[in-house]
Design a protein around this ligand. Structure first.
Ligand code: NAD
Length: 475
């Protein structure tokens, strides 16, 4: 039996107060054991958290940038000192293997905090246009509503830029992974953040998330999660015309251009498989479609089978978050979801390759399908599990058209021997992020989606700008 983390209180106005919304168990998806017990917020708790954030806003907004930056530096250092606690908490509630938990779930958000502080220190809060003084001022109270896939990172990319900008925050983390948010609240407390500047409430999206979205004293909702809920939030927020930031789903494409040589092709397939399977396939940026020249499809299938077979469930490949999510992903494991020409290269419902699954935990077999029909369910819907679809293209132009054939536009990749030509293809992709020939993730670069992948941008200076109003003062 693993340890059970008990969190009987919420963090409101700088104090730990007992929540009035009943208890909620948190499951470890790798063991299916209870690993945490939290209290949920009542409607009165949510009102208290918003009131605390509202009351704290004027003083925090007026706090000099250098003081806010120093405070965030302390928060960074506290998280870094407690990195093992954060990694263990993510490991227990989200199921990530320990190494992944440390790198992806703790070191990456730490890098994001670092880059946000850099961006804050050079941010132009005042500028001039002719006789106008242009002021960029914090919007007020921001409600952050976050998903379960990256329990620290998804919170950090919202809350840290908001605090940097001078807004105050009420956070509602996902009900499946709330424990990491409690550790973060403790880090804010230890760093000495003034009371009310950051508040933590928990509970279901339907109740607590909805209340925050409707709340007349919340000025902006910053949401990360599914496109379905994003649409609901946009509709609800329209009632008060509050500002929204939406970071939603994706079905991103990795495009291999015709001039790609064997060495680069091997790298493209290996990195695409790794990216698609990252975090058990549960990342919004997953490169879930690999689009390759039709002449190279057999070679790509061999390379993909080899690369994917290295993701042993239980060691390199973590579990899915819940039994419900596993059921959802399993519904995509039948090759017929990809149309009649689809072949199973690895995994799938037939368990091609015979990869073993641990006895306990919400694991699914790593899967690669090929020759997938671009209009099929498999090629068009977000799966949020370790399932890669290989599609073929007769030309580079067709590959671009296939990549853009999606309601989503979050991420993407392009591979080609001629780097400038590959960058020119990146310019044609309707998506917020593109990595050319394996270009590394940049924690200071803007992040967000085209089309139904979202509204607004997070991270770096763009993340700060996202929660600022703009005022023109004529002199
Ligand atoms: P979800 O949409 O079910 O829930 C996200 C959050 O919204 C949770 O905190 C939930 O409690 C809350 N919520 C649910 N209904 C609500 C409502 N009616 N009003 C207000 N809040 C509500 O998403 P999930 O299942 O937790 O996460 C997976 C999804 O998130 C995937 O679709 C994935 O692509 C997306 N995602 C996007 C990004 C990005 O940055 N674009 C990052 C990670 C995940």
């Amino acid at each position: 039996m693993s340890k059970i983390q008990r969190e009987p209180a919420l963090y409101i106005d700088g104090r730990w107060v007992s929540g009035g919304g009943g208890d909620l168990e948190v499951e470890n998806p790798a063991t299916e054991e209870v690993t945490g017990l939290i209290t949920q917020a009542s409607a009165a708790d949510v009102d208290a958290a918003v009131a605390a954030a509202r009351a704290a806003f004027p003083a925090w907004a007026a706090t000099p940038v250098a003081v806010r930056a120093a405070m965030l530096r302390r928060v960074h250092d506290v998280i870094a000192e407690r990195a093992d606690v954060f990694a263990d908490t993510v490991h227990r509630e989200q199921g990530s293997p320990p190494k992944v938990a440390r790198g992806l779930h703790v070191d990456t958000p730490l890098a994001v905090i670092d880059k946000t502080i850099d961006a804050l220190e050079s941010f132009a809060f005042r500028s001039e246009i002719g006789n106008s003084l242009i002021l960029r001022q914090p919007v007020g109270v921001v409600a952050a509503i976050t998903p379960w896939n990256l329990p620290l990172h998804q919170v950090v990319v919202k809350v840290i830029p908001a605090l940097a900008a001078g807004t105050t925050v009420v956070l509602k983390p996902a009900g499946l992974t709330p424990l990491t948010a409690f550790e973060l609240a403790r880090a804010f407390e230890a760093a000495g953040l003034p009371a009310g500047v950051f508040n933590l409430v928990t509970g279901s999206g339907r109740v607590v998330g909805d209340q925050l979205t409707r709340h007349p004293d919340v000025d902006q909702v910053s949401f990360t999660g599914s496109t379905k809920v994003g649409r609901q939030i946009a509709a609800t927020a329209a009632g008060t015309l509050k500002r929204i930031t939406l970071e939603l789903g994706g079905k991103s494409a990795s495009v291999v251009l015709a001039d790609t040589d064997d060495e680069l092709l091997a790298k493209a397939v290996k990195i695409t498989v790794g990216n698609c399977y990252l975090n058990g396939g549960q990342t919004c940026t997953a490169l879930a479609r690999l689009i390759v020249p039709v002449e190279q499809v057999e070679q790509v299938e061999r390379l993909a089978a080899e690369a994917a077979a290295k993701y042993a469930p239980g060691s390199r490949l973590g579990p899915l978050i819940s039994a419900e999510q596993r059921k959802e992903v399993e519904s995509f494991l039948d090759p017929s979801t990809g149309g009649t020409s689809t072949v199973t290269v690895l995994g799938g419902v037939d368990r091609v390759g015979g990869i073993e699954l641990p006895e306990r935990g919400h694991y699914v077999t790593p899967t690669v399908f090929s020759r997938v029909d671009p209009e099929s369910q498999l090629a068009t819907e977000e799966i949020f599990g370790p399932v890669l679809s290989i599609l073929t293209a007769g030309s580079d132009d067709e590959a671009v058209a296939l990549a853009n054939n999606s309601i989503y536009g979050l991420s993407g990749a392009v591979w080609g021997a001629d780097r400038d030509a590959a960058i020119a293809v990146a310019e044609r992709l309707q998506t917020g992020q593109v990595d050319v020939n394996g270009g590394a993730f940049n924690p200071g670069a803007p992040f967000g989606g085209y089309k139904q992948s979202g509204v607004g941008r997070e991270m770096g200076g763009y993340g700060i700008a996202d929660v600022l109003e703009i005022k023109a003062v004529q002199r």
